[in-house]
Design a protein around this ligand. Structure first.
Ligand code: UDP
Length: 330
């Protein structure tokens, strides 16, 4: 009985594959390598190049490997790109998840763990954000993921699928043992960009938006270490195996840091004072979003191990230093 990891060559997926292999699970990866890196897939896992919306591939993998659970990471994740080309995001994230769910439910795979996002909440006025906060996404990216949550809810009702949807806050850092990390070229995520600046792969970086209604005018986010995020998925799989009810849960620490806090931490940890320029706000960025993290702790018994911005930055920097010098623009 194996576990199918879609997007297993990607940033979070490759950490999930390592964790599952370390736990002795049989793992099958399905990835189209549009942004993923084949070399980051643990050799203990089976790798299949392909599209999650291709029913022939998915049905074959399910039958051949006796898939008992799907962990679905494959997606597009850049908020401003989703604003520029929404239909591309509704195809990649919503339509392809619909196709995957059709195959998974037809083949009676019992369990599904879904990568959702805090972007489903949109511009929240109350902090921290609990799962009971109405989901009103302000970007096509958030909307594309919320529609997938609805498909899961309705598929659970209609076909008996059991699922957990995890709403990720801002994922960062790298495997503490340095086996994988964020490798996507032309990265847009803050900690990755700052680490590229600290390692000289970029001449400097920009801070997008300095007049938000926050303590220093820059956006506030809840940064979570990728290994803690992955352990939440392991907990979710065990929870479903033990008969846990369908659930949607935030995945964050409940602590907010501003863009300037992050930049200062990367400069301090790296010892490099890279150039930073102040720039206009990006489209679709909410001012502040911090998780209420009690539901996942109570429901899954999740206990993070790297709940510290400096540790996240240290691991992200260590990985960045291992990547080739031209990795940022490759
Ligand atoms: N950000 C920034 N400079 C960058 C990348 C990001 O100022 O080069 C800001 C971005 O505007 C947002 C925060 O950092 O306020 C987190 O952005 P990121 O893209 O990492 O994650 P998001 O919250 O958009 O998913």
């Amino acid at each position: 009985m194996a576990i199918l990891v879609t997007g297993g060559a990607g940033y979070i997926g490759s950490h999930m594959v390592l964790a599952l292999c370390d736990a002795g699970e049989e793992v099958v990866v399905l990835d189209d390598l549009s942004t993923g890196v084949r070399a980051n897939v643990d050799p203990r896992a089976r790798f299949m190049l392909g599209d999650v919306s291709d029913p022939l591939i998915v049905m074959r993998l399910i039958a051949e490997h006796g898939i008992r659970a799907v962990v679905h990471f494959a997606a597009k994740i850049v908020v401003p790109d989703s604003v520029a080309d929404p239909l591309d995001y509704y195809l990649a994230n919503t339509a392809k998840t619909r196709a995957l769910l059709a195959a998974v439910t037809a083949a009676h795979v019992p369990h599904f763990v879904f990568s959702s996002t805090a972007a489903v909440y949109g511009d929240v006025s109350q902090e921290p954000v609990s799962e009971a906060t109405p989901a009103v996404p302000v970007s096509p990216y958030g909307a594309s993921k919320l529609m997938s949550e609805w498909m899961l809810r309705d598929s659970a009702q209609a076909y008996g699928l059991k699922y957990v949807a995890l709403r990720y806050f801002n994922v960062a850092g790298a495997d503490p043992l340095g086996r994988t990390g964020q490798s996507t070229p032309r990265a847009t995520h803050l900690i990755k960009v700052a680490c590229e600046a600290a390692t000289g792969k970029r001449a400097g970086m920009q801070v997008f938006g300095t007049d938000y209604p926050t303590r220093d005018g820059t956006c506030i986010r809840d940064y979570i270490h990728v290994s803690d995020l992955v352990s939440a998925h392991l907990d979710a799989l065990n929870y479903l195996k033990n008969g846990g009810a369908n659930a949607v849960m935030n995945c964050g620490y409940g602590a907010g840091y501003s863009v300037l806090d992050v930049v200062e931490t990367v400069k301090r940890v790296s010892g490099v004072d890279f150039p930073v320029t102040l720039a206009p706000a990006r489209a679709g960025d909410p001012a502040s979003i911090v998780a209420s993290a009690s539901k996942i702790r109570d429901t899954l018994g999740w206990r993070p191990k790297y709940d510290n911005l400096e540790t996240i930055v240290r691991h992200a920097l260590a990985w960045e230093r291992k990547l080739p010098a031209n990795s940022a623009a490759a």
